[in-house]
Design a protein around this ligand. Structure first.
Ligand SMILES: *[C@@H]1O[C@H](CO)[C@@H](O)[C@H](O)[C@H]1NC(C)=O
Ligand SMILES: *[C@@H]1O[C@H](CO)[C@@H](O)[C@H](O)[C@H]1NC(C)=O
Ligand SMILES: *[C@@H]1O[C@H](CO)[C@@H](O)[C@H](O)[C@H]1NC(C)=O
Length: 243
């Protein structure tokens, strides 16, 4: 009998997860509510002006979505395009330069250090359209029709050839689950399954090394499939075939 002493699996830590129940009360619990990277995201396909969209999120203590990482950008885009099938939608996100022209900030006050502007959009763009309209385009939409790229849009009305059209768009609210500290969780990579309703911290698995108590073994015999005989007490191989 060969002596494999043991393989230990030590479970350090334990599962911690958030569910839709941890999202603020009053946020509808249906398939428009999804948890990702430790935040609750509520997709709302009612097309309304930016300030009303923002107020809807703030009513439950949230903001429009703060798309600060490529991971989150990909997740939100994939949800919109491939889960909700809103391939022709444009949605308000929580980025604007209302306070200072061309200085885009997230609604939580943090500055922009990841961005996904379409070409010719965003601050300091030299495009003709931007030069003429940048003073009036202070709010930002994620454009599903343009693979999720961002465009600055007028927050309420656009004037095109002297005719005024209201800017009414879908939006995404972001909420910190209730009862969590405000420290941002580490972003998890990939994991864009649309059916994900909770995130969980995987337990850390540590493998103990396998200890072999037998002395180094050499033997000139070729025992083929039969293998070597084992010492009855130590379990170590001895130089005889196990026939
Ligand atoms: C979407 O926003 C509208 C307008 O504020 C609100 O009446 C509605 O309850 C929201 N729906 C969801 C699913 O949050
Ligand atoms: C979106 O379209 C796909 C493929 O057509 C379909 O399987 C899926 O159920 C649709 N999703 C929703 C939310 O309607
Ligand atoms: C983004 O900003 C955070 C703090 O706001 C900073 O810690 C981080 O290093 C920045 N990342 C990049 C890529 O600049």
């Amino acid at each position: 009998m060969f002596h494999v002493v043991a393989v230990f699996m030590l479970l350090i830590g334990y599962g911690a997860s958030q569910t839709k129940d941890d999202c603020p009360a009053g946020v509808p619990r249906d398939n428009t509510l999804i948890i990702h990277s430790g935040f609750c995201f509520s997709f709302n396909f009612t097309k309304i002006p930016h300030k009303d969209a923002r107020a809807t999120c703030e009513k439950h203590g949230g903001t429009l979505a703060l798309v600060k990482t490529p991971d989150l950008q990909d997740f939100l885009y994939n949800q919109l395009a491939h889960y909700y099938n809103h391939t022709h939608d444009k949605v308000w996100i929580g980025l604007n330069d209302i306070a200072a022209e061309d200085k885009f900030v997230w609604e939580d006050g943090t500055s922009l250090n990841y961005s996904n502007w379409a070409s010719g959009e965003g601050p300091n763009s030299g495009s003709i359209q931007h030069v003429f309209q940048h003073n009036t385009e202070d709010c930002v939409i994620l454009d599903v029709t343009a693979r999720g790229k961002w465009h600055d849009y007028s927050c309420d009305h656009s004037v095109v050839f002297l005719s005024t059209t209201p800017e009414l768009h879908s939006f995404i609210c972001q909420y910190t689950p209730v009862g969590r500290s405000s420290t941002e969780p580490t972003q998890k990579s990939a994991g864009t399954s649309p059916s994900t309703t909770e995130i969980s911290v995987q337990p850390v698995v540590t493998l103990a090394t396998i200890t072999n108590p037998c002395p180094p073994f050499t033997c000139d015999l070729d025992c083929g499939m039969d293998g070597f005989k084992k010492d009855a007490t130590t379990g170590c191989s001895i130089c005889e075939c196990d026939i």
